[in-house]
Design a protein around this ligand. Structure first.
Ligand SMILES: O=C(O)[C@H]1O[C@H](OP(=O)(O)OP(=O)(O)OC[C@H]2O[C@@H](n3ccc(=O)[nH]c3=O)[C@H](O)[C@@H]2O)[C@H](O)[C@@H](O)[C@@H]1O
Length: 468
């Protein structure tokens, strides 16, 4: 039996134990609740950040679109987004200042492209101020575009690395320079490639065109007059020949043609609402020095010299496929004629409506004499002194049309457009340029001779006619 002292001792122990249990329990509770508090704080912070982002769409949008656009750039171009600053503005102003009284101030888009390079040089040569832009995408060898850019730089024409979808850059350019004209040649070209990369046509030929028209209509002060490149392909399945601007163009055979036709409709809208002066030029298979490597005459030359086979299309009934091949110098004269006869835009800037009707024009710029593609190959064989290995196949269903043939009487009446170069003469100039530019030898020794006259060599290599 325990003593009363023992009893009091044990109850002390019990009390002490109970006290310990209570402390441990409350410590556990405290730890658990502080964990809970910590988690709740994290959750609340995440929730607050989410709410903040949700209510700041411009931030979300701009960072997302920057990521998208940088992805796009890394895929398609090496364009750099850096622009602005005193040095940049000085360069832009220097390039755009005319050297003749009443000279134009022209923004040329796609200036490092084939037609863009030739037109920029021709404008600069006659004393107009020119600033070019190009996104240098990799649709075909960007090093050729860089060589054209270097050629333009030697002639005092600045070509910026920029995309026509970059509205902020376009707006900045119009802030720095009051362009009187835009020669809009930037586009996704190529008829058959549209089945492989349809979105690139929508991005350049539709969205890019709208981006340019938006800035020209709503931001530029004064509004410029715009001349832009449409295409013979808009005639699509039209069977009436030669193609006149009055013929149907509502049956495009390729997505490329459809986007160019859409461009013509979009031009109508911007002319109608904002009073933009707009001229569309339907180019017919333009070829020549500094041309596009994706085009048949260019890639055939490369393959023939390399001894590789070429594929020649013919119609299912065996008939020849024909093109109204048009030499670059003739097209340049047409572009300059269109610029020279373009009247001023009539719209108010800042999103205002037009003050009166503005000019809206469409012209064919072709050669007026279609040539079978097989004949083009025969001319190349002759010039190169080497036979092609021909693989003849039926025209695939990928957007090609059987023939093109331009009626150019409208352009002749309005600005004296008259093509003067036949295919044999034009291809001779192209092959001469090709041989010099790529430093290749041909079995035709006459073509390999270098010019002995000082300065002539560069002219031949540049393939630029002094008259253009
Ligand atoms: O006139 C136009 O609007 C268009 O002219 C050319 O388009 P295309 O006439 O198809 O030019 P190429 O690709 O050089 O073809 C020329 C001809 O060679 C034929 N061809 C092409 C490639 C090939 O491997 N084999 C072949 O027989 C084509 O069917 C076509 O008849 C340009 O590539 C387009 O950008 C331009 O807008």
């Amino acid at each position: 039996m325990g003593s009363p002292q023992d009893t009091s001792k044990s109850s002390k122990f019990e009390r002490y134990n109970a006290y310990l249990v209570r402390r441990v329990t409350s410590a556990r509770l405290l730890a658990a609740s502080s964990h809970l508090l910590f988690r709740a704080t994290i959750l609340a912070a995440v929730f607050l950040i989410f709410l903040f982002l949700l209510h700041c769409p411009p931030l979300l949008h701009s960072s997302a679109s920057r990521v998208r656009s940088s992805n796009h750039r890394s895929l398609l171009s090496s364009a750099s987004a850096s622009y602005g600053g005193a040095a940049w503005e000085r360069e832009v102003r220097r390039s755009s200042t005319p050297r003749r009284a009443g000279g134009f101030v022209v923004l040329v888009t796609g200036a490092a492209g084939f037609v863009g390079t030739h037109c920029s040089l021709a404008l600069k040569r006659r004393g107009d101020g020119v600033v070019g832009l190009d996104n240098f995408n990799s649709y075909y060898d960007p090093s050729l575009k860089r060589s054209r850019q270097a050629l333009l730089a030697r002639r005092g024409v600045l070509v910026l690395d920029a995309d026509i979808n970059d509205g902020a850059l376009l707006a900045k350019l119009f802030d720095v320079v009051p362009f009187s004209h835009v020669l809009h040649l930037a586009a996704q070209a190529g008829v058959r490639y549209a089945t492989r990369n349809p979105q690139s046509y929508v991005a350049s030929n539709v969205a890019g065109l709208v981006s340019l028209f938006e800035v020209a209509a709503k931001h530029a002060d004064p509004q410029p007059a715009i001349v832009w490149a449409s295409s013979s392909s808009v005639y699509g399945l039209n069977t009436e020949a030669p193609f006149s601007e009055l013929h149907r163009t509502d049956r495009p055979a390729s997505l490329y043609a459809a986007t160019k036709k859409a461009g013509e409709a979009i031009a109508h809208t911007y002319n109608h609402i904002y009073g933009l002066s707009i001229t569309g030029l339907r180019f017919f298979t333009v070829y020549g020095p500094w041309g596009r490597p994706d085009m048949a005459y260019f890639s055939f030359t490369k393959s023939i010299l390399a001894g590789k086979p070429i594929t020649l299309f013919r119609m299912p009934d065996g008939a020849a496929v024909q093109r109204d091949f048009t030499y670059i110098d003739d097209v340049v004269k047409g572009c300059l004629g269109a610029l020279d006869t373009a009247t001023k835009s009539t719209g108010a800037t800042g999103g205002g409506k037009k003050r009166g009707p503005a000019q809206l024009r469409i012209y064919n710029l072709g050669n007026t004499s279609p040539v079978p593609v097989a004949k083009m190959v025969a001319i190349l064989e002759d010039l190169l002194g080497k036979k092609a290995k021909k693989n003849i196949v039926t025209l695939p269903q990928n957007g090609d049309v059987p023939f093109t043939h331009a009626n150019v009487s409208l352009a002749e009446t309005d600005f004296g457009y008259r093509p003067t170069t036949d295919l044999a003469a034009g291809l001779r100039k192209f092959v001469k340029w090709y041989v010099e530019y790529y430093g290749v030898e041909t079995p035709n020794k006459g073509l390999n001779k270098k010019s002995k006259v000082a300065g002539e060599e560069e002219k031949v290599a540049e393939g630029v006619a002094a008259s253009a």
